[in-house]
Design a protein around this ligand. Sequence first.
Ligand SMILES: Cc1cc2nc3c(=O)[nH]c(=O)nc-3n(C[C@H](O)[C@H](O)[C@H](O)COP(=O)(O)OP(=O)(O)OC[C@H]3O[C@@H](n4cnc5c(N)ncnc54)[C@H](O)[C@@H]3O)c2cc1C
Length: 381
Amino acid sequence: MPKFYGVDYYDIASLLSEEELLVRDTVREFVDDNVLPIIEKHNRAGSFPVDLVRKMADLGMFGSTLPAKYGCAEMNNVAYGLVMQIRSFSSVQSALVMYPLYTFGSEEQKDFWLPKLASGEKIGCFGLTEPDYGSNPGGMITRAEERGNSYVLNGAKMWITNGTIADVAVVWAKLNGVIHGFLIEKGTKGFNAPEMRGKHSLRASVTSELIFQDCTIPKENILPKAQGLKSPLMCLNQARYGIAWGAMGAAMACYDSALAYAKSRIQFGKPIASFQLIQEKLVGMVTEITKGQLLTLQLGRLKDQGKVRFEQVSMAKRNNVYYALEIARTAREVLGANGILDEYPVMRHMANLESVKTYEGTHEMHTLIVGEDITGIPAYI
Ligand SMILES: Cc1cc2nc3c(=O)[nH]c(=O)nc-3n(C[C@H](O)[C@H](O)[C@H](O)COP(=O)(O)OP(=O)(O)OC[C@H]3O[C@@H](n4cnc5c(N)ncnc54)[C@H](O)[C@@H]3O)c2cc1C
């Protein structure tokens, strides 16, 4: 497969620092050499390429913005965004496990878990969604009860990325009616994490149920600084930022594939790239990619300045995932029948983006968040 040099119509690279460019190129090379040769095989088999975890850790891809004393790369948010262009596993590990530990954890929890998660020695997952509570996680049923020196958890989570392979689950449950975060280690009695099967999307990623039946954990496993729905939402905001970048990564791969194909596929005696209708599709794709890139870059700069608002993150997640999916669908059209083959990355990205449009806040929920921000009127119910 030819090397991927990225899509940069507006010379956005000139807005990146040397360090950011190095991070981008390192990750790109890693994907070329280690991910692309095996990803379709795993996608077909519905298996997770677990061997990649340590290699990703060696590149500093987990918890990349956290301090070096925990074994993390201490990157800025733009460099982290560039890493997240190939996200999913790393986004959960970084934004949904390491971030809550770092933000809400005790010193002991941080010292124990963060270096192990950064090195890929341990894997984590984030359990918020329940079978009956998706967009409305505040209604969750999972409960924790205080019993002597322990907490006892009962309930179930669903759709949890990495659940079955995780060594530690960050689980959100109500304690006396208030949402708190708990660390549940693999193998704890009363805790099971069966894998969910039958997915047509994110097939190379593990998705699981988490089941708690009188699951008893020591009191020190509560995240002491997390309280209320705001805490898991802060984690999701962190992950959504990565998703906005990741969606553009997928979109660039689809555009790159469609452009190369259009230039080489001959119909009516000419490359299909010479037809106006095909050019119109390609121009639409590269324009939306360029807009999405500028959106995420400015978002990253605001984040580095400590000025970003969660509604701005919602706008970028909503926009970039929506257009990435449109780009994947359009790329599939350009490739004709070949577009459905796994010899090309397009259909895999398209199927994956269907999930991405739903997780970390659905497209609709982000519309309502930005809608409330600009009108001052909440329209959720
Ligand atoms: C592959 C995959 C991995 C995932 N990984 C994780 C994970 O690691 N951890 C985790 O906790 N969760 C995870 N999720 C769950 C994900 O976050 C939820 O699926 C998402 O929040 C939506 O919830 P739901 O599927 O129950 O849809 P619902 O909330 O039932 O929504 C169904 C539809 O109704 C719409 N809707 C709902 N309320 C409103 C409203 N007020 N106004 C307008 N429209 C509305 C939604 O936008 C959607 O279109 C994952 C999901 C997938 C598919």
